[in-house]
Write a protein that binds this ligand. Structure first.
Ligand SMILES: [Zn+2]
Length: 453
């Protein structure tokens, strides 16, 4: 009699467990399905005339987003950029000639001499010059000033404005008071009651995009989620570590689906989302990538960048047509015999050939984020008149900083698929754009037109 009762309660217990598991799994899968559906809709190119995801002829888009800490001198900075941005002869051989940017700080401790207010006029000149040419495209917080207050932000912004030095990207540094992120980088720069409060001034200066400390190991952002999203984190050369990483990344995704705030960006792995700062202002927050096998964020050095942007990573990025912003510190090179680690030089040369072959679009962080934004919120339509396709762009409906009518420069790289590349005109409102490039069939077999800016 007793055993019958126990059996019955065990049966009830197990069936309740099964129901709960089933409910959770269904909830998770429905959410993933909805996320994937929204990607299919956003990047759908099935129509006769359609907006291509990336500039022609690329299959994916990527940038290397290098934090300036670790870069100790102006000479080191210049040599890194010469290798990245030019095809000149450097101490590491010929440069790779890619459009990869870098960052700056206004204040830095005496041990890191390369900062704007370092007292060395040469540093200031170089930083100003690189900001103006767009090769320094983000601020890596105001810097490491232990007694940082709002006054320091005012001084910095005044100096930047007086010199027409504008950047629109902000990246939090490792735990400094002026950071804008709360839960990963523990900043109070956006807390109105803090002495370090500055986000009202900083956004008014021109910051639109902010990195608040969130990293992922998932290769390729803004793409549908599948089993491979997680299984590819596994690396047979480092089985234990990579299995743990895979588990962690999946757990973050599940937590995010069930409403966890800290891992909110791990829900859809979109490149960017609208984030609300503590003072109520909104910015575009973006996600950075680092899949180093020892754990997320341990790979952000010159040497380890080779692993992070390995052929395996790049192949997957192309296969899934993803966006990606790679996190690193090119100046963290104390374990390298040259300014950039030898293995990373090879990886960067491979990256340059991906770009030159027309496979992966490489540009600065700022340009990539602006491209993503303008593409996502582009308001356009088309009509067919006597065999001719007329595309009209009305504006960019930016939900955070306001709608605007773009210039051709804002639209650089925007590409439309069309039935006939010669019988097409593109207008911004009622003004025809002549700065266009008519492209032959790409890897999908379709002709297109690109706005060249
Ligand atoms: Zn940093």
């Amino acid at each position: 009699m007793k055993s019958k009762k126990t059996k019955k309660s065990l049966y009830i217990f197990l069936s309740s467990c099964a129901v709960v598991i089933l409910a959770f799994t269904s909830f998770y899968l429905i959410n993933i399905h909805n996320i994937n559906q929204s990607y299919y809709e956003t990047y759908n190119t099935k129509g006769g005339v359609a907006l291509r995801k990336f500039p022609y002829p690329y299959k994916a888009a990527m940038t290397i987003c290098s934090d300036i800490d670790g870069t100790t001198t102006k000479e080191e900075f210049l040599e890194i950029q010469r290798f990245l941005n030019t095809k000149e002869e450097t101490s590491m051989g010929e440069g790779v000639g890619l459009e990869i940017g870098n960052s700056f700080v206004m204040y830095a401790p005496p041990t890191c001499a390369f900062s704007y207010f370092s007292g060395n006029p040469g540093n200031m000149q170089v930083i100003k010059k690189f900001i103006k040419t767009g090769y320094i495209d983000f601020m890596h917080s105001y810097g490491e000033k232990t007694d940082f207050t709002r006054k320091d932000a005012i001084k910095a912004i005044e100096e930047l404005n007086n010199n027409q030095c504008k950047v629109d990207v902000w990246v939090d540094h490792f735990i400094t008071a002026d950071n804008l992120g709360d839960d990963c980088t523990f900043g109070s720069g956006d807390h109105p009651d803090s002495t370090a409060y500055h986000s009202d001034l900083t956004l008014a200066y021109g910051i639109k995009f902010a990195w608040l400390g969130r990293l992922t190991m998932v290769i390729g952002q803004s793409i549908p989620i599948s089993l491979k999203t997680f299984s590819l984190i596994y690396d047979s050369t480092h089985p234990v570590h990579s299995l743990i990483n895979m588990g962690k990344e999946f757990a973050k995704n599940v937590l995010a689906v069930f409403g966890n705030k800290k891992y909110g960006m791990h829900k859809s792995y979109d490149l960017m989302r609208i984030a609300k700062l503590d003072d109520g202002q909104k910015v575009y927050e973006f996600l950075r990538f680092d899949n180093y096998w020892k754990g997320v964020a341990t790979g952000a050095t010159s040497k380890r960048l080779a692993y992070v942007i390995s052929k395996r990573t790049l192949d997957r990025l192309k296969e899934v047509n993803g966006y990606m912003i790679v996190y690193t510190h090119l100046g963290k090179n104390s374990d390298c015999s040259q300014v950039i680690a030898k293995e990373t030089q090879i990886a960067l040369r491979d990256l340059a050939s991906e770009y030159e072959r027309g496979d992966i679009y490489i540009t600065t962080t700022s340009k990539l984020l602006n491209y993503y934004l303008n593409h996502k919120y582009l308001n356009w339509s088309y009509e067919t008149k006597a065999d001719e396709t007329i595309i009209t762009i009305y504006g960019v409906e930016d939900p955070v900083f306001g709608s605007f009518v773009p210039t051709t420069k804002n639209l650089q790289g925007i590409t439309f698929y069309l039935p006939d590349k010669y019988r097409t005109r593109i207008y911004i409102r009622n003004k025809e754009i002549t700065n266009i490039q008519r492209n032959p069939r790409d890897y999908t077999g379709r002709e297109s037109i690109t706005i060249i800016g």
